[in-house]
Design a protein around this ligand. Structure first.
Ligand code: SF4
Length: 425
């Protein structure tokens, strides 16, 4: 059963008399469990929908509608699948106390992997989930592999019952499912020969594995430092050598780069980032793989939309990780706009200085960085730092921050989105 939370005006759902609080029970006799069932089972032009209205009345509708026309209902969010692992590097363990409850949920959900590109380990799949992935052809899935050696993977996941990943992927691949994969690299555990083996076995698995990224373990002040550590520069350089060796084979044999290091791996290694051309479709940009090159490309493509910025002063707030790389992005941006950009790297006061990602910056740290800056016409904030409710990690709202600083604020993911219209003179 799925509950309707809202009905769009003038939609088919409104015409049928569905409303907030209506329970969607089944489609063509098949029970509905979540948004996946809803989307896949209602994809046909005609179907039989069984609902229960808020007053308890049950109704069956024979729906006939033009293909592609949405029914017009918003559904209550699916219950998140909890993770069955206890990785030493888990970000949830690295959270300070007192944040909003939802941040402490360890999610490991193949549905969100398909829908949003969240990485899942597939260690909590039940037979019914396997069946749904195959039946609904949930592809591509984003999978955290970490190591193909089952013992090492179980150790990394702290899950002695984790199924072997390669046979699991094989079963799905036989039904046409493809995968983007990642390896979170924990030094002394899955780097070196283990990393070499994992990259090789994933590559040799065949074209169903579309790519593989290597991301260095990232910890906060509160993480389990007695059990896990971040890799040093030489360890990152060694990982880059393995990634690039595998990429060279892939380019020769398949014409794609296939293996990628996250930007963070290059920063920690002190090695220059690869050029934009290697990132194929930038499929793992949300995972920090090729982010800088992607931003540069967005700016180059969107440059002709940026007018009216000459002579303006724009502050660009970011985490300390991108602080090192951002000049590579801001320099072309200054050239095309005529504005001057000031990089404002902010230390994360909530998780500790070792957390350098812009998306995890708390509102209070941004306020401190911007409060006295009357010289800025505009400040750009990392778009991923606020959730759908406009809240930063520390629950400060964007509105509250905007009221506390002297310049206009705009959220931005690629600069073009925030600079399409100039600020008022
Ligand atoms: S898979 Fe590991 S890192 Fe991810 S949520 Fe579970 S315990 Fe945390």
């Amino acid at each position: 059963m799925i509950r309707v939370t809202a009905v769009q005006p003038e939609s088919i759902a409104e015409e049928l008399g569905l409303m907030a609080g209506t329970d969607l029970l089944s489609v063509n006799g098949r029970e509905l469990e979540d948004f996946l069932d809803w989307e896949f089972l209602t994809a046909e032009e005609e179907f039989l929908l069984h609902v229960r209205q808020p007053d308890g009345e049950e109704i069956e509708f024979e729906i006939e509608r033009p293909l592609g026309e949405p029914l017009g209902v918003s559904l209550e969010p699916a219950r998140i699948r909890r993770c069955a692992n206890r990785c030493d590097f888990c970000f949830v363990d690295g959270l300070p106390d007192g944040l909003r409850d939802v941040l402490y949920i360890r999610d490991d959900d193949y549905r969100l992997s398909f829908r949003y590109g969240n990485f899942a380990t597939l260690t909590n799949l039940k037979p019914r989930d396997v069946q749904r992935i195959i039946e609904y052809r949930l592809s591509p899935l984003y999978v955290s592999v970490h190591a193909t050696d089952p013992t090492i993977r179980r150790y990394l996941l702290r899950n002695p019952t984790a199924p072997e990943i390669l046979p699991q992927l094989r079963e799905f691949a036989e039904h046409g499912i493809q995968f983007h994969t990642q390896i979170v690299m924990s030094p002394g555990v899955n780097d070196g020969p283990v990393l070499e083996q994992t990259l090789r076995e994933l590559y040799e698995f065949g074209p169903a594995i579309l790519d593989c990224s290597v991301v260095p373990v990232g910890l906060t002040e509160y993480s389990k430092h007695h059990l896990v550590r971040e890799p040093g520069a030489e360890e990152c350089r060694a990982a880059i050598r393995l990634v690039e060796a595998r990429a060279a084979v892939a380019r020769r044999e398949r014409g794609t780069h296939w293996a990628f290091g996250a930007d963070e791996l290059y920063v920690r290694a002190g090695v220059e980032l690869p050029p934009a051309e290697i990132y194929d479709g930038f499929d793992q940009v949300e995972n920090g793989v090729g982010s800088v090159r992607w931003l540069q490309r967005q700016i180059a493509h969107g440059a002709d939309q940026l007018h009216g910025w000459a002579g303006r002063t724009i502050g660009v707030v970011t985490g300390t990780a991108m602080g090192q790389l951002m000049p590579m992005v801001l320099e072309p941006l200054a050239r095309v706009t005529g504005a001057s950009f000031e990089l404002i790297p902010v230390v994360n006061t909530l998780f500790g200085a070792s957390v350098t990602t812009a998306g995890l910056l708390p509102g209070v740290a941004l306020q401190r960085a911007l409060a006295g800056r009357r010289d800025l016409d505009l400040a750009l904030l990392p778009g991923e730092a606020v959730n759908d409710d406009g809240l930063f990690m520390d629950d400060m709202s964007l509105d509250l921050l905007a009221a506390a600083v002297p310049m206009e604020l705009r959220l931005s993911k690629d600069f073009i989105d925030a600079l399409h219209a100039p600020v008022a003179a």
